[in-house]
Design a protein around this ligand. Structure first.
Ligand SMILES: [Fe+2]
Ligand SMILES: [Fe+2]
Length: 370
């Protein structure tokens, strides 16, 4: 399995048939399978999304929380003047050419020894971050919280723009760093980003902000964990600057996770049954990563290959998925929530019993492997 992935995902290090644009040791997100058919999404139009299951009175719930959001969510936005910027962590382009080139040279020396499979995961993470336009579009179609004007003064819209601007630095930073390293096939990466933004995103939340905030609570924690793990691995591979980069991004994701799980906590307080049902619904559909449509024009299973390497390196695993679920159950005190309708209690039982079920399933799969 591991070997197969490597040959599929890496371009061969120098020699045999390297492309003119690929430096030695370049990583291409896909290599073989040039004759494989493109994934179905490139041919058939996406299925129409079911419109929101959210009744008008629930939209009112979100409206009624605007005062709360101004007081409790907006203060968690970091002011621009106090925020880091990608340039803080990159070779300083304001220096003389000589000094700048020296900094690039030391970057290249540091990154020369990073393992190929580590770079595959880092590239996958970076491409995921780079599809940010899709995520902002997704947020803005959520009922009652989306920014319908593009400059709406509602606190939900103010948050979504602030969140987007913070996220915007993640892809910028990782992409510039990887570009300067010379270790990756940038042209292939840019094509993949181009494809991914064109394909869009479907995380199955419909237009429902309850499900949307459950999704983002989970997803931000997942990115916090994975960037934290790429930071740890960068340290191990002798690149402390890259470790700082991944750690800095992970800290942003942690703050975002706090915001989204705080919103779900508030929703549980004002509408326990509706929120519990949304949590169950999201977990039933499974939390899929936003870059699920990742495609490079060659490998029809690119996302699966990226996920498998992430799993193998321990950057993001099935076990992390279950840990996140258990963490959120505890964080939201889902087992203790009272005052639910019968449907709400069924949702509660499903969610609270899910983690051990996934773990048992996973153990069975692992047992079957040689
Ligand atoms: Fe991010
Ligand atoms: Fe984030």
């Amino acid at each position: 399995m591991a070997m197969q992935l490597q040959t599929r995902m890496m371009s061969t290090p120098s020699g045999s048939h390297s492309h003119h644009h690929s430096p030695p040791h370049a990583i291409s997100m896909a290599h073989a399978h040039t004759h494989a058919p493109p994934p179905p999404m490139l041919h058939s139009p996406p299925k129409p999304k079911p419109h929101s299951s959210l009744p008008p009175e629930k939209v009112e719930v979100l409206k009624s929380l605007e005062g709360w959001a101004s007081q409790c969510v907006l203060p968690l936005v970091k002011p621009v003047e106090k925020s880091w910027q990608p340039h803080d962590l990159l070779p300083d382009s304001s220096l003389s050419s000589e000094e700048f080139i020296y900094q690039v040279k030391t970057l290249r020396d540091r990154t020369a020894e990073l393992p190929d499979d580590y770079l595959v995961v880092l590239v996958g993470d970076m491409i995921t971050e780079e599809a940010l336009p899709s995520y902002q579009t997704w947020f803005n179609q959520l009922d009652g919280v989306g920014d319908k004007l593009g400059s709406s003064p509602s606190p939900w819209a103010v948050w979504s723009r602030a969140w987007t601007s913070e996220e915007n630095r993640h892809g910028d930073l990782l992409k510039t760093y990887l570009y300067l390293s010379g270790r990756v096939d940038m042209l292939m990466i840019e094509k993949t980003i181009h494809y991914l933004i064109g394909a869009g995103v479907d995380v199955k939340t419909e237009n429902n902000p309850y499900m949307g905030f459950v999704y983002t609570s989970f997803q931000e924690r997942a990115t916090f964990i994975s960037h934290g793990n790429t930071a740890r691995l960068a340290t191990k591979s002798g690149d402390p600057v890259l470790a700082r980069i991944c750690g800095t991004i992970a800290a942003d994701e942690k703050r975002h996770e706090n915001v989204y799980s705080k919103i779900v906590e508030k929703l549980l307080e004002v509408d326990p049954t509706g929120t519990m049902i949304a949590i169950a619904e999201m977990m039933r559909k499974k939390i899929t990563m936003p870059a699920y449509f990742m495609h490079d024009g060659r490998d029809p299973h690119l996302f699966d290959h990226f996920s498998a390497v992430a799993q193998r390196l321990g950057v993001y695993t099935v076990s992390d998925y279950v840990d996140i679920l258990e963490f959120l159950i505890g964080r939201w005190r889902l087992r203790e929530i009272q005052g639910l309708t019968a449907e709400g209690r069924r949702a509660q039982d499903f969610v609270c019993g899910l983690a051990p079920r996934i773990r048992r399933l996973q153990e069975r799969i692992v047992d079957k492997q040689p």
